[in-house]
Structure formats: structure tokens, C-alpha cells
Write a protein that binds this ligand. Structure first.
Ligand code: FAD
Length: 397
């Protein structure tokens, strides 16, 4: 029987898992249905624990070079300039990376794929859409279509890193309970120098304004601006250039008309798989859990899953008890998804979308009070940088 680990999906989570296993001398094959790596920006925030983990694979220095560290972030009222500014500098004794790195997800995908190709040439197989998975007590089999033909690949374990609509999770019949948030989210990318025109702008900003909340993140080459269109909007209207330009002109009149590099509409879910493992099938990343993007936790949580699981598989290849370790994987990472990531991203989402100006002002005052108290400020940052989440999950027996 083959000893290889089959990884379905060459997103950030699948590639990191593959690279970590390959570096430990374990044979891997990554099956990716697309014909090339995805180039959508999607996630743009890397938190400290993720950067520390990626550094063990030698990727963090490259990512910092491709991104833009944000040492502070804020909630801000556009019209009045009142702000609550959080300072990651308070975490300098907790992490080597006391900042949020703003760097598009495709950068991680690109550097991880290049490192994997060096470590295990030919292990990343494009144009391979997995349609069926099966397992026995001895091993796993993935069936996929490639170039119009049906092929199979055998292995010892299969990691489902095939994203939110995971075929593997669905085939296994694993429940994926939760909710879909009522509002859709919309993000555009623009190279315009908003920072030259908006006083007080930081690298990461959650704005409240008279015309609704919006966020602004500064990556190396663009500003990413996100908002939710009114519930009655049709998708084609939200995406129309006139409406996008009008919204951006309200945010920063000086830039109109704005050059746009990207525009994407997406639905936001809060869901978690009932279990992260079933026999030899193992779930990671968006295949296992989804959360609102408020706080930038989805990819971070997924990369942390990949490291946790890869460490356990490496121990299993060295003779450790698989049943016990994989149960621990589900306990640790499911708890991180539900107890920390869901609760913190949900609180961030609701706070930022608060429609009542009086309640918003109250929320701003609450955050200013937190910032004024060093211990509370640190505790808030430890949650929002996912440091507490990572440490708590690792400590679960
Ligand atoms: C606009 C936006 C902003 C976001 N911002 C952040 C952020 O700032 N920080 C953060 O941490 N997260 C953020 N997220 C979430 C983040 O993008 C996801 O959590 C992350 O992409 C999950 O990675 P993944 O590898 O699990 O899945 P994916 O990135 O979805 O990758 C899955 C891969 O599997 C492949 N695949 C799917 N089905 C099959 C199949 N049957 N056979 C073979 N291959 C298959 C797909 O082609 C894809 O390459 C954001 C998401 C969005 C939409």
C-alpha cells in the first residue's frame, strides 16, 4: 500500500501542509482542480502565530518582503476623526512579529508552491478535479478527472484542503452546520494613494461613516476597501463601475475616478464540520470551518490547522498512535474554530456593522477604555492576533 499523503486542493492550507510533510521526508501528492495557482487576493492578513509557524518553513521573510506590516490598527469615525487605535507594540514580548502583515493570500500560495516544487518536484498536479474518495483500514483512494480522463491515486492518508464547498467533506457525509450572514461582502483593490488624502489612515482601518461601515487595508501595491451593499442590491449593481466609483468618492473624493485592480463579491458564513477526521480522511482550512472575514482569521486558522495536523502525521509515521492523535487534532483545532475564531470574528463583524450611531459611539468608547488600560489592551490584542487561540488549542490534551 502506498505511504503517500494525498492532499486535495492547492490553496494556502493544502500547500503549507504538503510542504511541511515533504520537508519531513513524507511522500505527498497535491491534486488541484484549477490549471494554475489561484491569483485572487482573498485573504490579506497574516497574524503573529501564523508568521511564526511559516518561519519554520522559511517563508515568512519572503512574505514580509511581499507585504506591508501594520503595527497599529483602528476603528475610526470618518466624519469626526474619533478613533480607537490598537498598538501591536504591546505584544513585543509575546512574539517576534508584533504586527498584522497585510499581504495577499496569492503570495503565500506562490512561495509555498515554489518551495514544494523544490522539495518534492512534480508533487503538485494541476487540472486534477477530485470527484470521489474512498478508504479502507489500510489506505485511501482519490478518483479525479484530468484531461477528460478518470484517474485514481492511492495513499495512506488524505487531507481535504479543498475549500468551503469541499467535495471530500460532502462525500464523507460530515455535517457542516452553522449560518450564512444576511449581508454579502464586497472588496475592491485600488493602487490610489488614499493615505495621502485621508488624515489618520493606518495600515488596517475599520471605519464607521454616515453612509455605512467600510474597511481599508494597505497591502504592498494596493488599498483593499470592503463594504456590504444594501440587502436589496442586485449583485450586478454592486459590481457596476458607477456604483463602485460613487462609493469610493464618498470615502475619498480626491481620488475619483479610481483605478481598480480587483473587485469581488462574496457571501459570509459561520460554519464548522462536525469532526475534522474520519478514519484516514482529514479536514483542514475552509473545508473544516468558515468564519466572517472580520479580523482576518480564516486563512490563519487554516494554516494553523495544517501545521497541527502535519506534526501529528509526522509523529504517526514515526510510530505514534494514530487514533489518539487524530482525535486530539479534532479536539484542538475544532475548539480553536468554535471557541475563539467564531466568537472573536462574530463580535468584530457585529461591532463593525452596528447601524445605530448611539451604539457605535458606545462601542468606540468601550474600545477607547480598553486601550487606556494596558492589561485590557494587551488581552484584546492577544485575542485579535489569534495568539490566545493558538496557545489555547495547543494546550488542549
Ligand atoms: C474577500 C476575502 C477576504 C478574506 N480575508 C482574509 C484575511 O484577511 N485573513 C484570513 O485569514 N482569511 C481571509 N479570508 C479567508 C481565506 O481566503 C480562506 O480562509 C482561505 O482561502 C482558506 O484556504 P484553503 O486552502 O482552506 O481553501 P481555498 O483557498 O479555498 O483553496 C481550496 C483549493 O482547493 C481546490 N479545489 C476545490 N475543490 C477541488 C477538487 N474537487 N479537486 C481538486 N481541487 C479542488 C480549489 O481550486 C482551491 O485551489 C478571506 C476570504 C475572502 C473571500
Amino acid at each position: 500500500m502506498s505511504k503517500r499523503v494525498i492532499i486535495v486542493g492547492a490553496g494556502p492550507v493544502g500547500l503549507v501542509a504538503a510542504l511541511k510533510l515533504a520537508r519531513a521526508g513524507i511522500a505527498v501528492s497535491v491534486l488541484e482542480k484549477a490549471e494554475a495557482l489561484h491569483s485572487e487576493p482573498r485573504a490579506s492578513t497574516f497574524h503573529a502565530p501564523t508568521l511564526e509557524l511559516l518561519d519554520t518553513l522559511g517563508l515568512t521573510t519572503q512574505l514580509i518582503g511581499l507585504g506591508r506590516p501594520a503595527p497599529q490598527w483602528q476603528y475610526r469615525i470618518l466624519e469626526t476623526g474619533e478613533a480607537a487605535i490598537f498598538d501591536f507594540g504591546l505584544l513585543a514580548d509575546e512574539t517576534r512579529y508584533p504586527f498584522r502583515l497585510q499581504c495577499e493570500q496569492f503570495n503565500l500560495v506562490t512561495v509555498a508552491a515554489a518551495a514544494l516544487e523544490k522539495e518534492a518536484p512534480g508533487s503538485l498536479i494541476f487540472g486534477a478535479a477530485v470527484t470521489d474518495v474512498g478508504q479502507t483500514s489500510e489506505g485511501v483512494r482519490a478518483t479525479f478527472t484530468r484531461n477528460g480522463k478518470i484517474e485514481t491515486l492511492d495513499g495512506a492518508w488524505l487531507i481535504a484542503a479543498d475549500g468551503a464547498a469541499s467535495v471530500v467533506r460532502t462525500q464523507l457525509g460530515i455535517g457542516f452546520e452553522g449560518e450564512t450572514y444576511p449581508a454579502v461582502s464586497f472588496t475592491v483593490g485600488s493602487p490610489f494613494a488614499f493615505h495621502d488624502h485621508m488624515p489618520g489612515l493606518l495600515g488596517v482601518n475599520y471605519y464607521w461613516s454616515d453612509f455605512g461601515p467600510f474597511s481599508m487595508f494597505h497591502t504592498r501595491f494596493m488599498w483593499r476597501i470592503g463594504w456590504s451593499p444594501p440587502p436589496e442590491s442586485r449583485d450586478e449593481d454592486t459590481l457596476s463601475d458607477d456604483i463602485v466609483q460613487a462609493k469610493l468618492a464618498k470615502i475619498c473624493p480626491a481620488g475619483a475616478p479610481f483605478a481598480l485592480m480587483t473587485a469581488r463579491l462574496y457571501r459570509v458564513h459561520k460554519r464548522v464540520a462536525d469532526t475534522f477526521h474520519l478514519g484516514r480522511m482529514l479536514l483542514v482550512g475552509d473545508a473544516a470551518h468558515l468564519n466572517s472575514p472580520a479580523g482576518g482569521f480564516g486563512m490563519n486558522g487554516g494554516v494553523q490547522d495544517a501545521f497541527n495536523l502535519a506534526d501529528k502525521l509526522i509523529a504517526i509515521y514515526d510510530g505514534a498512535n494514530a487514533t489518539a492523535l487524530l482525535a486530539k487534532y479534532t479536539r484542538q483545532r475544532r475548539s480553536a474554530a468554535v471557541d475563539d475564531i467564531h466568537s472573536t470574528s462574530d463580535a468584530n463583524y457585529r461591532r463593525h456593522r452596528e447601524a445605530d450611531p448611539a451604539k457605535r459611539r458606545e462601542a468606540l468608547k468601550d474600545m477607547q477604555a480598553i486601550i487606556a488600560d494596558r492589561d485590557k489592551h494587551r488581552a484584546f490584542l492577544m485575542d485579535n492576533a489569534l495568539i490566545n487561540s493558538y496557545r489555547r488549542s495547543e494546550a488542549i490534551a
